[in-house]
Design a binder for this molecule. Structure first.
Ligand code: CUA
Length: 316
């Protein structure tokens, strides 16, 4: 029972006016549809009992057409459809707020198989899978894809928006109360589609500013000898050909930006919590952890895995 209640409360929980408008529209449709289902099924049941064939009766009276009834069942649905058409258009205009053509986006999201590249062009910050936003700000967000069609959706924060290769889409993201909101890719995009989760951390402007400042910092070079070995391996084992770590020669963006990897709560797009054990499992045999992911198996020895993990875990 509790699960049932939770399902419905979660279904309608919203943390932005867009999500609230979408939920309200959905609820209105649900009420109307529920009413129609009840009406039709009860009429069918009443009809089946009241007008069933009785013993020894002759052929019943034959009726052909009924103008009143036909008008009713044409006009009423037409009115309902017109009413909902206008409600839908109104909701659409509320959630797709216009923006200036030359307006710079606050956030740029590039969907990849199977993770999210997240950028803040105004702050020159880049992260992955975990988006931080300040509460109460409407953030213009540009959505792109690096490979196939994906779909951005954080239900409590607003509408879905497709990430289409070769096309740029815009949407707004905003949260009116602090919290952690989860979302997921909502367009089937291959083997690990289910593990393309989104984590949005909505925080006060102050906390957000601090987060941005921390993300802008160039991580200091490791002092520990294991981590130093790891930093060397990162270059020689060609990790640097796909990943970005600011302040180092690694400046590619084929894989997630690892500059502040250790500051994230999850890894592999929400698949695992970001722990030492999980990171080592991943480095040891990526295909065993997330089959199909574009991270190759570098056949690292146990020692190399430890060194790399030690380096990456220092990237706070
Ligand atoms: Cu990306 Cu489904």
């Amino acid at each position: 029972m509790q699960q049932f209640v939770n399902f419905f409360t979660n279904l309608f929980s919203s943390a932005s006016s867009e999500a609230y408008n979408i939920n309200t529209l959905f609820l209105r449709y649900m009420i109307l549809a529920g009413f129609i289902v009840l009406l039709v099924t009860s009429l069918v049941i009443i009809g089946a009992f009241k007008y069933r064939a009785k013993k020894n009766t002759k052929e019943p009276e034959q009726v052909f057409g009924n103008q009143k009834l036909e008008l009713t069942w044409t006009v009423l649905p037409l009115l309902a459809v017109t009413f909902f058409f206008f409600l839908t258009v109104k909701t659409m205009s509320e959630i797709n707020r216009p923006f200036q053509k030359n307006e710079k986006p606050d956030i740029v999201i590039i969907a990849h198989q199977w993770w999210w590249d997240m950028r803040y062009p105004k702050y020159n910050v880049e992260t992955a899978n975990e988006l931080h936003i300040p509460v109460g700000k409407n953030l213009l967000t540009r959505i792109e894809s690096a490979d196939v069609i994906h779909d951005w959706w954080v239900p409590e924060l607003g509408r879905k928006i497709d990430a289409v290769p070769g096309r740029i889409n815009y949407t707004w993201i905003d949260a009116d109360k602090p919290g952690v909101y989860s979302g997921t890719c909502s367009e089937y995009c291959g083997a690990q589609h289910a593990w393309m989760r989104i984590r949005v951390v909505a925080e006060s402007q102050n906390d957000f500013n601090n987060w941005i400042k921390a993300q802008q910092k160039i991580p200091s070079f490791p002092k520990d000898s294991t981590a130093i070995k790891g930093a060397e391996l990162f270059q020689t084992k060609t990790c640097a050909n796909c990943h970005y770590i600011s302040g180092t020669p690694a400046d590619a963006s084929i894989g997630p930006n690892l500059t502040h990897f250790a500051s994230r709560k999850t890894m592999l797009s929400g698949m695992l919590t970001n722990t030492d054990k999980n990171l080592k499992r991943w480095l040891k045999d990526p295909q065993k952890v997330k089959r199909g992911a574009h991270m190759p198996d570098f056949l690292l020895s146990k020692k190399e895995v430890n060194e790399l993990a030690s380096y990456i875990e220092g990237l706070k």
